[in-house]
Design a binder for this molecule. Structure first.
Ligand SMILES: [Zn+2]
Length: 420
């Protein structure tokens, strides 16, 4: 066995042990939960920094609690172009054990395999563990990657958590001054001359259905979220005949079916009603108001706007056939992120070597790569997860698939080092 093979084997074994360790770092005893600034998040950051230190990386913590480390191989010094590997280490509430953290641990394993084998390497290699991708505490996503790419918005400092403490107040507890925090993100660690590779569980069923452990994301979907409010007239369930009712629920139901029909009309469209409120929601009262959400995703924003316009026209015509008061509000719009084709081809080729073929998919879920892709070329390796389940305690990727993902990423990094 040559030294790269044996170093890969031992780094792979540590990767699996560390996944088990991280699974136990939670602020709840009954489920996995690591939310930015919580003691569990601090403990996870401390562990990750320790593993980065042990592999000979120079490590950094910023006031936001991002953890990152660099092993400098370049003859041009520490500021030479970086190959960044990583993902996020925070979780949602009642989370799974792989979302985000797998990508961070694969990054550390890649550095370890290269360092331990003394394999020739020319770029500076960096591992990023973003502190907040899920946005649970402040209801804003990608805080960690926004900070390290210089895309942090000062207005976010006023965002409050559920206890009324603002992000700015949390940060001044951890830094010398707010100026220090603002100056730090104005000289970003992730720069246009760098590249970023993120490994992440697929969070969907396509790889499992294709019987493949690995695949690549070619882009991250655009997203539109709308809120619909239908107002009629509440009344006694026993006394008012249908002809004299103004009940918003049957009309809302027709709209929900239209959303589902739109979703079924094209494999690329995701359209979901995930939130529905019936007011007053009592068994013997005709509803007075119904509110619901529509979440729509499509590979690109232009295409999404086209299908969204079609759906909203249909919903408006359903509303017009009723006597209800109708409100339609667009509450969120996120552009798609196009991942770098050259990097994606290299990742796909690594997957092909490992498993014969490499499914290419779009990601319907948001990822740190969306932010990073605004600054430098970025690409994503997708890892099969059981039943496509994620943001769920039963989220599962097998040890064999996690190790295969690490090997594919290592292979891709060695090729990128030679070709970029
Ligand atoms: Zn994630």
């Amino acid at each position: 066995m040559n030294s790269l093979e044996s170093a890969t084997q031992s780094a792979g074994a540590r990767l699996i042990k560390r996944l088990a360790i991280m699974r136990r770092i939670s602020q709840r005893s009954d489920w996995i939960e690591r939310i930015i600034f919580s003691p569990a998040s601090e403990e996870a950051a401390y562990k990750l920094k320790g593993w980065m230190d042990a592999s000979g990386m120079e490590t950094f913590n910023d006031p936001l609690t991002n953890v990152y480390g660099q092993r400098s191989f370049s003859k041009e010094g520490t500021e030479a172009p970086r190959i960044h590997l990583g993902s996020h280490y925070d979780t949602v509430v009642n989370a799974g054990a792989f979302d985000g953290i797998l990508g961070v641990l694969i990054g550390i394993a890649v550095v370890e395999a290269i360092v331990e084998s003394k394999h020739p390497f020319n770029h500076n290699l960096s591992v990023l563990a973003f502190c907040d991708e899920e946005g649970v505490r402040f209801n804003t996503t990608f805080l960690g990657s926004a900070y390290l790419t210089g895309l942090f918005k000062e207005e976010w400092l006023h965002k409050e958590d559920e206890y009324g403490k603002t992000l700015g107040e949390w940060l001044v507890d951890r830094a010398e001054s707010i100026d220090m925090i603002l100056n730090a993100y104005k000289t970003p660690y992730i720069r246009p001359q760098d590249v970023f590779l993120e490994s992440h569980i697929e969070q969907g069923p396509i790889l499992e259905k294709s019987n493949r452990a690995l695949g690549v994301f070619i882009n991250i979907a655009a997203q539109l979220r709308s809120e619909i409010i239908l107002t009629g007239c509440a009344g006694h369930a026993g006394t008012i005949p249908a002809s004299l009712r103004n009940d918003p629920l049957p009309v809302a139901s027709e709209m929900v079916l239209a959303v589902n029909q739109m979703c079924k009309s094209d494999e690329l469209i995701r359209a979901t009603v995930g939130h529905l409120e019936v007011i007053p929601n009592a068994s013997n009262v005709i509803p007075g108001t119904v509110k619901f959400s529509i979440d729509m995703r499509y590979p690109d924003l232009k295409g999404l706007k086209r299908v969204h316009d079609k759906l909203s026209q249909e919903i408006k015509s359903i509303a017009n056939r009723s006597a209800l008061k109708f409100e339609y509000k667009l509450v969120h719009e996120a552009d798609d992120a196009q991942l770098d084709q050259r990097l994606t081809d290299i990742l796909a080729e690594s997957c092909e070597v490992m498993q014969g073929s490499s499914p290419r998919m779009f990601s319907g879920a948001g990822h740190d790569s969306m932010k990073v892709a605004q600054v430098c070329p970025a690409s994503m390796l997708a890892v099969r997860c059981k039943d496509g389940l994620s943001h769920h305690p039963d989220e599962y990727a097998s040890n064999a698939d996690c190790i295969l993902a690490f090997k594919a990423m290592l292979r891709a990094v060695l090729i990128i080092d030679k070709n970029f």
